[in-house]
Design a binder for this molecule. Structure first.
Ligand SMILES: *[C@@H]1O[C@H](CO)[C@@H](O)[C@H](O)[C@H]1NC(C)=O
Ligand SMILES: *[C@@H]1O[C@H](CO)[C@@H](O)[C@H](O)[C@H]1NC(C)=O
Ligand SMILES: *[C@@H]1O[C@H](CO)[C@@H](O)[C@H](O)[C@H]1NC(C)=O
Ligand SMILES: *[C@@H]1O[C@H](CO)[C@@H](O)[C@H](O)[C@H]1NC(C)=O
Ligand SMILES: *[C@@H]1O[C@H](CO)[C@@H](O)[C@H](O)[C@H]1NC(C)=O
Ligand SMILES: *[C@@H]1O[C@H](CO)[C@@H](O)[C@H](O)[C@H]1NC(C)=O
Ligand SMILES: *[C@@H]1O[C@H](CO)[C@@H](O)[C@H](O)[C@H]1NC(C)=O
Ligand SMILES: *[C@@H]1O[C@H](CO)[C@@H](O)[C@H](O)[C@H]1NC(C)=O
Length: 368
């Protein structure tokens, strides 16, 4: 009798205590387990089955495999933010049948297996990969994992702050339910045909803080293909020279679709810095560019007049010859002026390239 009571006491006590991994805090009432900044090297074992919210943040976990989350069928929110995860193996989240929200932000993903994101019943709604991709190989891996992940319910994808320069074509084509796509704070320079293929339901596309100097016709077509989605384009280094006309005309026609359209401004050239793109319209912008050209010509003319005066002191005869030959001289001045303008424009272009550090690393082909 006494032994039976003792046994029960031991069993009951252990079943209460044993179910929280050391270094973690478990709350059965809130169905939440937190293991925050504890220097963990791997996912701890013994996480209780009631867990719905699992936060393993700020540790030193480097790898997630299929054995990492055994028996956690009730987890709906999983955050693995700010670890050092480099590798996500096939079926790493396969056992998390209720998973709705997965946060992998602040990691260094190098190797993402093609079926890394596959959860059998496909319930994932929200995937955060902000500051998570180590380099371009990881982006290519991710594109494959998005394709094979059966992510038919995914509604929000955060890919911000990953230093992305170009997106693989049709990267999001297998995310038919996606509503919000966040690509802010990358180094995107262009959008190719097919980038946003298949995003039928998109409500919001955030492209702020990238490296777009303009958006060319193909890119504008891509954006038009997104139907009524709200677009955010602020914080890009728009260059207000020839080549921006299509974009400005498009912007003028989009009304409220570009939610921050009134805040878009020129970053270059310096004398148009911070000029509103919508304010540029047609006339005043062209006038400004023309006036700049005239200023340079005027300076040039002045120096030729001065030269003429000096020459006049050198010899009346020579001036007389010049006078007889004035038509030829005029033509020559015009030619020189043209040549100078070309050189000035070339210099101007190089100046722009040098001023944006993010563009420094790009190949000239990416620029196209
Ligand atoms: C998951 O939750 C359900 C309902 O709350 C519960 O019956 C089940 O035992 C839980 N699963 C595990 C592994 O604890
Ligand atoms: C779980 O994730 C959803 C988004 O999918 C979010 O709205 C909710 O607040 C999260 N819950 C917790 C406890 O973090
Ligand atoms: C993704 O994670 C980052 C950093 O942890 C956070 O700032 C951001 O708000 C998250 N994105 C979404 C859409 O919740
Ligand atoms: C990305 O990093 C991994 C690991 O360091 C390396 O093997 C791979 O070659 C890199 N890929 C690129 C495109 O730099
Ligand atoms: C932008 O991304 C970089 C990393 O690529 C990060 O260090 C920086 O904090 C981010 N800035 C903002 C405003 O999120
Ligand atoms: C863009 O791609 C679509 C299908 O992928 C194709 O139908 C269309 O002709 C392409 N447009 C251009 C301008 O290449
Ligand atoms: C740019 O213009 C906006 C208003 O149009 C102003 O608030 C902002 O301070 C300006 N920034 C710079 C760097 O001049
Ligand atoms: C902007 O659009 C209005 C009509 O919406 C049109 O009258 C105007 O000419 C357009 N301006 C430019 C520069 O395209």
């Amino acid at each position: 009798m006494f032994r039976a009571v003792l046994l029960c006491t031991l069993l009951c006590a252990s079943s209460v205590r044993a179910t929280c991994p050391s270094l973690c805090e478990c709350s059965e009432a809130a169905q939440t387990v937190k293991c925050v900044s504890k220097d963990l090297r791997e996912i701890p074992s013994g996480i209780p089955g009631y867990t719905r919210n699992l936060f393993i943040l700020g540790n030193h976990i480097t790898r997630i495999g299929p054995e990492s989350f055994k028996g956690l069928e009730n987890v709906t929110n999983l955050s693995l933010s700010n670890n050092r995860i480099a590798e996500v193996e096939s079926q790493a989240f396969g056992g998390l049948r209720s998973l709705r929200s997965l946060d992998l932000s602040g990691n260094q993903l190098t190797l993402i297996h093609p079926e890394a994101l596959a959860v059998p019943s496909g319930p994932l709604r929200d995937l955060n990969l902000s500051r998570a991709l180590y380099n371009h190989s990881a982006l290519v891996d991710l594109a494959t994992a998005l394709r094979w992940g059966m992510l038919g319910s995914l509604q929000q994808l955060d890919l911000s702050a990953n230093r992305l320069v170009l997106l693989p074509p049709a990267m999001f084509a297998h995310l038919p339910a996606l509503r919000r796509l966040l690509l802010a704070n990358n180094s995107l320079v262009a959008l190719h045909n097919g980038t946003f293929l298949g995003l039928e339901l998109l409500d919001e596309l955030d492209l702020t803080q990238n490296a777009f100097r303009t958006l060319r016709r193909g890119a504008l077509r891509e954006l038009d293909g997104l139907g009524g989605a709200r677009l955010l384009l602020g914080g890009n280094p728009f260059t207000c020279t020839c080549g921006l006309e299509d974009f400005i005309a498009w912007l003028n026609g989009t009304g409220g679709r570009v939610a921050d359209g009134d805040q878009l401004a020129c970053a270059f050239p310096p004398d148009l810095h911070n000029t509103s793109l919508r304010g540029l319209g047609g006339g005043p912008w062209v006038a400004t560019v023309t006036r700049r050209g005239e200023g340079a010509d005027l300076a040039l003319q002045t120096s030729y007049v001065f030269l003429g005066v000096v020459l006049g002191f050198v010899g009346v005869v020579f001036l007389f010859v010049l006078y007889l030959n004035r038509k030829g001289i005029k033509r020559w001045v015009t030619d020189v002026r043209e040549a100078c303008r070309d050189i000035l424009e070339g210099y101007h272009y190089r100046y722009e390239m040098d001023s944006d550090p993010r563009l420094g690393q790009l190949s000239t082909s990416a620029d196209l």
